[in-house]
Design a protein around this ligand. Structure first.
Ligand code: CP
Length: 305
């Protein structure tokens, strides 16, 4: 039995097969409409979510399966003190596969150790968000035709943003990637990330001003400042509008640069950018359904002829 805890749990060859399947599902959804007949997905979300939970649920329903779960720790027996280990043992009696989001780093991994069914990490604290990374990689591969040979700018909260940490980990396995980290000093990418890049001899720059690097970028990955991970409200208020991508800043970018964002956005991308053909964050959310469909099929070892 296989779980998904980190994007690195799949080799790049396995990811290629997953993305090929996701693209095939996009082209031919009818072929997959009954692939999960009789199967049940449990969504155990101890933290809020719109995209991840609903896209998992949409994915399973589009595969013909059914969904159970909770969207809030307060409506589960976690409020009575039940551990994730006990919860997953119970969920294993009710479902065939589980997507779990938890505010504590490593909680889905603990659950996987006791689970009778595949567990998918749907985001654990500031640590990893592997299915967002699969979504990001599928979006880039589908719209650019490749997963290498890019200068990618990651902008915003690079300290707490788990989507950023997962994406960097995944991209370092491809050739000719150069990172530009754009953040205020307080929200710099963690040292363990830059140490890993140095060890692998992967080029990166750290800058504060987005405008200065816009013309160099092939991809711009915007992120929101993660309010829920701040200890101090004043710091959040001071930093939350540090970057606002608007039409003026977009005018500095290459004609084929893509803007991605895991969403939700707060204020960091002005709505005027939404109509720019380079803004692909809503398409990215759609790719999230296809890749989660492919992931469910892969972990349940279901072949569609
Ligand atoms: N991108 C993402 O994880 O969004 P949600 O928090 O709404 O699931």
């Amino acid at each position: 039995m296989r779980h998904l805890m980190s994007p690195l749990d799949f080799t790049t060859e396995e990811l290629d097969r997953l993305f090929d399947m996701a693209n095939e599902i996009e082209r031919n959804p009818g072929k997959y409409a009954h692939a999960c007949d009789g199967k049940i997905l449990a969504t155990c979300f101890y933290e809020p979510s719109t995209r991840t939970r609903l896209s998992f649920e949409s994915a399973m329903i589009r595969l013909g399966g059914k969904v159970i779960g909770f969207a809030d720790a307060a409506s589960s027996s976690a409020t009575k003190g039940e551990s994730v280990s006990d919860t997953i043992r119970i969920v294993s009696c009710y479902a065939d596969i589980c997507a779990m989001r938890h505010p504590k780093e490593g909680a889905p991994m603990v659950a996987a150790g006791k689970s009778g069914i595949p567990v998918i990490n749907a985001g654990d604290g500031g640590h990893h968000h592997p299915t967002q990374t699969l979504t990001d990689l599928l979006t880039i591969r589908s719209l650019k035709g490749r997963l290498g040979g890019f200068t990618i700018g990651l902008c915003g909260d690079l300290k707490f943003g788990r989507t950023v940490h997962s994406l960097i980990n995944a991209l370092v396995r491809y050739e000719n990637i150069r990172f530009i980290f754009i953040s205020p000093e307080e929200l710099r990418v963690p040292d363990y990330v830059t140490e890993m890049l140095k060890e692998k001899d992967i080029p990166y720059n750290e800058v504060i001003r987005l405008e200065n690097v816009m013309p160099e970028l092939d991809l711009l990955y915007m992120t929101r400042v993660q309010k829920e991970r701040f200890f101090n409200e004043e710091d959040y208020i001071r930093l939350k509008d540090f970057y606002i991508l608007n039409a003026d800043r977009m005018s500095l970018a290459k004609e084929d640069m893509l803007v991605l964002h895991p969403l939700p956005r707060v204020n960091e991308i002005s709505v005027e950018v939404d109509d720019d053909p380079r803004a692909v964050y809503f398409r990215q959310a759609q790719y999230g359904v296809y890749v989660r469909m492919a992931l469910i099929l892969t972990l349940l070892e279901i072949q569609v002829p």
